[in-house]
Design a binder for this molecule. Sequence first.
Ligand code: MSP
Length: 691
Amino acid sequence: MKFYVTTPIYYVNDLPHIGHAYTSLAADVLARYYRMRGNHVMFLTGTDEHGQKVADAAAKRNLTSKEHADSMMENFHDLTLKLNLTNDGFIRTTDDEHKRIVQELMQRLWDKGEVERRSYSGWYCTPCERFWTEKDLQEGNCPECSRPVEQIEEDNYFFLMSKYAERLEQHIVDNPEFILPESRRNEVLGFLRSQPLQDLCISRPVKRLDWGVPLPFDKDYVTYVWFDALINYYSGAQYLAPEIFRLVARNLDENEDGGESLQLEGARNPSDVHGESHQLKGARGPWPADVHLIGKDILTTHAVYWITMLMALELPLPKMIFAHGWWTIAGAKMSKSLGNVVDPSKVVDKYGNDAFRFFLFREVPFGLDGDFSEEALVGRINTDLANDFGNLASRTLKMAENYFEGKVPSPGMALTDAEHDLKAVAEGLPHKVEDKLRVLKFQKAIEDIWRLLTRANKYLDDQAPWKLAKDPEQAERLATVMYNTLEALRILALHLHPIMPDATQKLWQALGLEGDLDTLDLFTNAVWGGLKPGTELNKLDNLFPRIDTKKKKDKKIKQEKKKVQPNNLDNIEKKKDDGLINIKDFAKVELKTAKVLEAERVEGSEKLIKLQVDSGEAGQPEQTRQIVAGIGKAYTPEELVGKIVVVVANLKPAKLMGVESQGMLLAATGDDGEPVILSPEKETAPGLRIK
Ligand code: MSP
């Protein structure tokens, strides 16, 4: 099986922002996932370097268009490294090989009579590089960018797109997953049904714009930048395909029977369209694309121009075009003039690649617009990553170190419902994730994975290995509980790898497992029970250290005083001062149940009582936290011991009368003004999150 995924190629007239990073990261998650599913994968990204916009940007810098493109493409190329992308190729539309293939295809269209020369007069928008008809204009201006248009009359070449209107509509109707999400599919169908499809001008006279690929059949014209750019998906699949695709093509050449063992889907003769054969060199590579990832603004160029062009060329059509939503910043569009453009490199430097990746796909359903804020990102890091994921990994490994000398214990034979339950969730996961990722529901896939994570945390809390460890008769039970939790962590590392490649690889090594997760087969490895008893575990640094939001705020205030430049990440925070907090703010407060183990009065104080409470961290009673509470007038130390209370667990430590308090005990103020401690309504275990 093969999987070919593309991103749009990015214009080199500007710097990369989080919108570009978003598409590239989505492609990377898919590429990594499908590699782990045993596919031959091609992941292509790159830069769109021709056209008026780039020529204008170069002129502003007093550079030739090529010099400008050479320097600007570096920013996009560097971003692939920064984001740890596993792209197989980085295509530039100025590559000689790409230009050659553009010319080859243009010639083919011309020879087949799919292109016609016509005299044309129309309204032209230079920045958008598009002709408009009189009725398209809005108040005499370009309907897309609202800038003035000019009347132009000239001969040009037209792709006879109109004749494919019906076939295109039928293809979209017959293939419900061809354009996703559904709202975008409906948008394209609406477009096709609301007006007759026009032919498309695909040339620009050299006298007006010479920065493009010359038309092979008329040297006075260059190719319209979109036509040149769209062809990258096809040309890249020829000359940038990973070696494995070439091996397969060679193998097919040598064995007339097709070399079954290396047979790839779509790797035979590329064209079964109309049963005709097309002998393009190397065409038995990754083509057609399985997914073209794009932003919602470039849907028509892909779903209409590109697809009809492939129909005219009689090349197989891509399987899916997925148009994702846009990121806004505090509700506003990202723009240079607003100074709110977020540089993805800065986000990665500040918070790490894995956290950034996780945030983008966890926060917003792919396909919808979303709002980016540093606050929301930090919220996700502290709750989902530090509390849920990092904490499960570190407390489990720490307990295994303490109770089993850092080795995977051998589980006992007697299993309870709790183990069956955990195993069932883990066993259902591979197919659940597969179903979601097939239609690019990244957020839903993460939710499925989180169900196992939450279950594992609950399992640990319920089984309380720290209690079992105190009772020698429970040694076998302790081994079973620890084995099952470690095994859940292993399954989690496998499934989370495409989303968070670095943290999961670290966890994998900490679990004493070998190999590069990228190269492992997900389904075979995700079989429950893969962890071998006796395996040496390794130390694990905190995977996602909690971010101290207080310190960050202090720093931010200082920076605000210094009047930081726009573009600085700290400038993009939403400012809200209505006294209300949102659910994310609330989620930052880590409320937990805790058990009072010891209590004594603070010397010299009537009010303060010093408590040692077990709030479940790392599951170790000896690592209890100390809390000082002002409840001494209403309670005696003796009556407090054994009580289950509620504490704020992520409060910065503070000193009360010289005694450190690592959290706060929750209490109401009674009618008499004295504190009344809050306790769960039923007896519960310590360390449970209150949400
Ligand atoms: N060069 C063309 C694409 C040619 S593909 C054959 C182009 N380039 S672009 O650099 O302007 O945009 C690239 C992608 O970035 C588009 O998919 C666009 O939707 C996406 N985004 C631009 N701003 C964005 C956000 N604010 N949020 C998310 N994606 C956004 O168009």
